[in-house]
Design a protein around this ligand. Structure first.
Ligand SMILES: Cc1cc2nc3c(=O)[nH]c(=O)nc-3n(C[C@H](O)[C@H](O)[C@H](O)COP(=O)(O)OP(=O)(O)OC[C@H]3O[C@@H](n4cnc5c(N)ncnc54)[C@H](O)[C@@H]3O)c2cc1C
Length: 417
């Protein structure tokens, strides 16, 4: 792999940047692989990279029906954090946050991780109490957390409307190591690094079914013909239930649309990530200057990557309530992604009951920040057939035993997680 560096940039300037190596190859699918990963989003690409790097398994193909990074990995609001309450989630996300801190160096690709912090706003004393509990749980598990009173929030984010008429702000929970990253750069960085280790990244290759022998999955059917493999991993986010059904597997998942919004660029305005506590709105400023924000699901099941206007209105009104100064900004773009909402709001990284088939899903609102850790854990599970300590609490069988990981305490209603 050609190394990216300041020196390489200067060197290539002399040839007008005409001779950069392609970031990844465009291979023809082989007839057989050790492992096939379905889905060229963040999770699929990271899994392929860690299979090659950590386990020396390089005879791997990532099959992507569209182009790399065209799914949720390129559609999210880029928030990275590990401020969870339950140990099953904390283990995974904190492991991931540590990977994020070194990811640009590891991949030799600038993923623009910026640990600018995240503040969850509290609007009642009861909510502040529950944040205190979450902050204490985080600290007990070795994760940074700081409870802010009203004055501290106002000092930290002076643009906030602290006394807004609907839900005045009484405090907040800060995780200073959290932040944002450039979403598609994460896909490209993992793609390039996986390709350099011999992984075949095959775009415009839609998996249409599974090949079975004696009950075991031994490959896939695709629009580019059958491709055999010893093991197959599903990393297809909102399309998981569709593909799992083709394998005869019914999963505790629903697919829903989530939208994101971007304003025109303005001068530096907000240097942290803010989440509203009395509704659903999260907002940050991108390095280009746009305010990037999102909110609730559209609340109906869908596989369409676009949303409806009521959510645009709702989320924009919440953002303006928090920051009245942005009310005259133009909204430049909005888009939707399909979320794989699990029944307890927590992910699943595991083997399936079908031999040869492995599962990575249930990411709900939070799968972008999980990309490095989930890729790492999924690679471990595929390579060894066992769960890693970081996905030990995130197995599929929890839905049989009833021991779910209900982080939000919202019960078995995927759309409310
Ligand atoms: C609007 C929005 C905002 C979000 N904000 C955040 C956030 O701030 N922080 C956070 O942590 N998470 C966030 N998320 C969630 C996060 O983006 C997802 O959980 C995560 O990206 C999902 O994993 P992925 O990257 O592998 O998915 P994807 O990028 O969707 O990858 C799945 C891939 O599978 C491919 N595929 C599907 N079916 C097939 C098939 N049959 N054959 C071959 N390929 C197939 C798809 O084309 C797709 O490219 C957000 C999501 C959305 C939509």
């Amino acid at each position: 792999m050609q190394k990216y560096s300041a020196l390489a940039l200067v060197k290539h300037a002399f040839s007008k940047h005409q001779h950069w190596q392609q970031a990844w190859r465009n291979p023809t699918p082989k007839r057989h692989y050790d492992v096939i990963i379905i889905g060229g989003g963040g999770h699929g690409l990271a899994t392929a990279y860690y299979l090659a790097k950590e386990y020396g398994i390089t005879n791997v193909a990532v099959l992507e029906k569209g182009y790399l990074g065209g799914g949720n990995i390129g559609r999210n609001t880029t928030i990275v954090r590990s401020n969870y309450l339950l140990p099953e989630n904390t283990k995974l996300y904190e492991f991931g946050l540590k990977l994020w801190e070194n990811l640009s160096l590891e991949l030799n690709y600038n993923v623009m991780f910026s640990n600018r912090g995240i503040v969850n706003l509290a609007h009642t004393s009861g909510q502040l109490d529950s944040f205190r509990r979450r902050g204490n749980a985080m600290r007990l598990q070795g994760v940074d957390a700081e409870l802010l009173d009203r004055r501290q929030v106002a000092e930290f984010i002076p643009q906030l409307s602290m006394d807004n008429e609907r839900f005045p702000i009484v405090g907040g929970l800060l995780q200073a190591r959290a932040g944002t990253a450039r979403h598609d750069a994460v896909a490209w960085g993992y793609a390039r690094a996986a390709d350099a280790r011999g992984v075949d990244l095959i775009q415009h290759c839609e998996v249409t079914g599974f090949i079975r022998e004696n009950g075991q999955i031994v490959g896939v059917d695709s629009n580019r013909g059958p491709i055999k493999a010893n093991k197959v991993g599903l990393s297809v986010a909102g399309s998981t239930s569709l593909l799992a059904e083709k394998a005869g597997l019914r999963l505790p998942l629903e697919s829903h649309v989530l939208q994101a919004f971007v304003t025109e660029s303005i001068k530096p305005f907000l240097d942290t990530v803010v989440t509203y506590g009395a509704g659903h709105c999260y907002i940050s400023q991108s390095d280009k200057g746009s305010l990037v924000f999102g909110g609730d699901l559209d609340f109906y099941n869908s596989y369409a990557q676009r949303g409806n206007l009521p959510v645009v209105e709702d989320v924009s009104s919440l953002a303006i309530q928090l920051f009245p100064a942005i009310s005259t900004l133009r909204l430049l773009r909005s888009w939707g992604g399909i979320m794989d909402m699990s029944m307890d709001g927590s992910p699943i990284i595991d083997k399936t009951p079908i031999d040869g088939l492995f599962l990575n899903t249930g990411w709900c609102y939070g799968g972008f920040k999980a990309v490095p850790a989930a890729g790492f854990a999924f690679a471990h599970t595929i390579a060894t057939g066992r769960v890693h300590e970081i996905n030990a609490g995130l197995r599929l069988a929890r839905f049989d035993s009833g021991y779910t990981v209900d982080e939000g305490g919202k019960g078995p209603t995927p759309k409310s997680h």
